[in-house]
Design a protein around this ligand. Structure first.
Ligand code: HEC
Length: 250
């Protein structure tokens, strides 16, 4: 700001202060009007879109695949970019390191950019940075919105025996797909099970593994499934033991 600009600003400011309105009641009155309009808008949209209250929370569910609200899709996608071997790394990178680095850069902006110019057209670096950040957010949000949500539903599998069919239903109902791939779809925390049968573990091995994964696979990160009946273990074990050999996903 040069001297003339500064004087002009101070002149305008003192003028406004002389003629201006007080905070109470004028500013508060205006704030209330805007707040009421905003609430009215939200209520109106909720009625217009016929928003429904979801199912009551059931904390013990195992087949719910969590998806964030749309305004967190960018973070959700960021997590996927950093997904590697380690389950913790994407969380640390995407929810702590990247946002905090950006936040610190934002706080440092007045110290980094000391130029007096305020017109955005004369500040190419600031403009480019803002465009890149917003474009990345928009792109990640779009990717998050259009990425296929993992569901409990698996691919079609041919030639299942009735026993294995019952096992496949259990497999889908217990969200095994949130960690395991089957014929191309599913999670990545555990190994792809499309050809599990070729390992020829045997049904009993699978039952032991399900009851206590760590007992047969030391250090396993798979949760134990201790609540099935003997028949259910048998069905699920039969299903797993034939995957890729007796029946194929795809
Ligand atoms: C939280 C993630 C997770 C879930 C949910 C999960 N698993 Fe696993 N699973 C793993 C991991 C990690 C491994 C690799 C370590 C191991 O073998 O135990 C694994 C391994 C396996 C193996 C391969 C064992 C081998 O070495 O051949 C089978 C079969 C299996 N899981 C079946 C299931 C079934 C069936 C379900 C659902 C009832 C299920 N998993 C649910 C994480 C998971």
């Amino acid at each position: 700001m040069n001297k003339a600009q500064q004087e002009a600003y101070l002149r305008e400011y003192s003028q406004a202060k002389k003629e201006g309105k007080s905070f109470f009641p004028y500013a508060i009155y205006k704030d209330h009007i805007v707040a009421i309009l905003a609430f009215g808008w939200i209520i109106g949209m909720a009625i217009w879109h016929k928003v429904e209250i979801g199912k009551p929370v059931y904390a013990a569910t195992t087949d719910f695949v969590p998806r964030p609200e749309w305004y967190f899709f960018f973070l959700f996608e960021l997590l996927k970019i950093f997904k590697g071997q380690n389950a913790l790394m994407p969380v640390i990178m995407a929810t702590f390191i990247v946002p905090n680095v950006l936040m610190v850069l934002l706080l440092l902006t007045p110290f980094i950019d000391r130029g007096p110019e305020r017109r955005i057209s004369r500040r190419p670096i600031a403009l480019a940075t803002a465009v890149v950040v917003f474009a990345s957010l928009a792109w990640l949000t779009h990717k998050g919105a259009t990425s296929e949500a993992p569901t409990g539903e698996g691919p079609a599998i041919q030639n299942l025996t009735p026993e294995a069919e019952a096992g496949y239903v259990l497999f889908q109902d217990n969200a095994c797909l949130s960690c395991h791939k089957l014929g191309g779809s599913g999670g990545v925390l555990g190994p792809d099970l499309s050809n599990e049968g070729s390992k020829a573990h045997g049904v009993q091995w699978h039952i032991d593994h399900l009851k206590n994964p760590q007992a047969v696979s030391p250090g396993s990160a798979m949760p134990a499934y201790a609540g099935f009946t003997d028949e259910e273990y048998q069905n699920l074990g039969t299903f797993l033991d034939g995957l890729g050999t007796k029946w194929k996903a795809g």
